[in-house]
Design a protein around this ligand. Sequence first.
Ligand code: GAR
Length: 192
Amino acid sequence: MKKRIAIFASGSGSNAQKIMEHFKRSSEAEVVLILTNNPQAYVLQRADNFEVPSHIFSRHEFYDTDNVIRLLKNLQVDLIVLAGFLWLVPGSLLNAFPNKIINLHPALLPKYGGKGMYGDHVHQAVLAANEEESGITIHFVNEQFDEGEILHQSRFKIEPGDNLEMIKFKGQQLEHQHFPRVIENLLKKMKS
Ligand code: GAR
């Protein structure tokens, strides 16, 4: 049986798209659901384009009910992928899917992680610190923002004169290139 992936995203969903593209013709795994807290998120359009079902949830539903957990269990989800998802994952969801939730972060953790460190805020902090390199981190999720065990990092050089858009672009290229492959390798290692 194919491994079943659910993706949480809060915004554009370009990574969700790359993952859906990657597994569209795979015999190993499939994306079975896109979940978002944001009814305006463009990721919903992308899910439609790939004919992947989606679910929008409220803060109350996510933190005070078991609806999302039940939905994921009913769909027999094997791996939960956070791809630009900005809310902290509640303990109940972590307990329901131990070692089965991973996150993408646009910097080289443990630097530039934690609450409030997402998207452009991360790149701005990297620029302000005059770093010579940045990169991406894919890690398991625990109760703290950006602190679980690291699965993968790739890095790029920051050239003199690189601005926020340039750093964002370089990071996004790495994300799109590596995230689907890291997911595929992890699924291969997971027992069914
Ligand atoms: C990605 O760059 C991801 O690393 C970042 O949000 C972006 C989502 O882009 N995630 C975080 O900042 C989490 N702390 P996308 O919606 O186009 O995939």
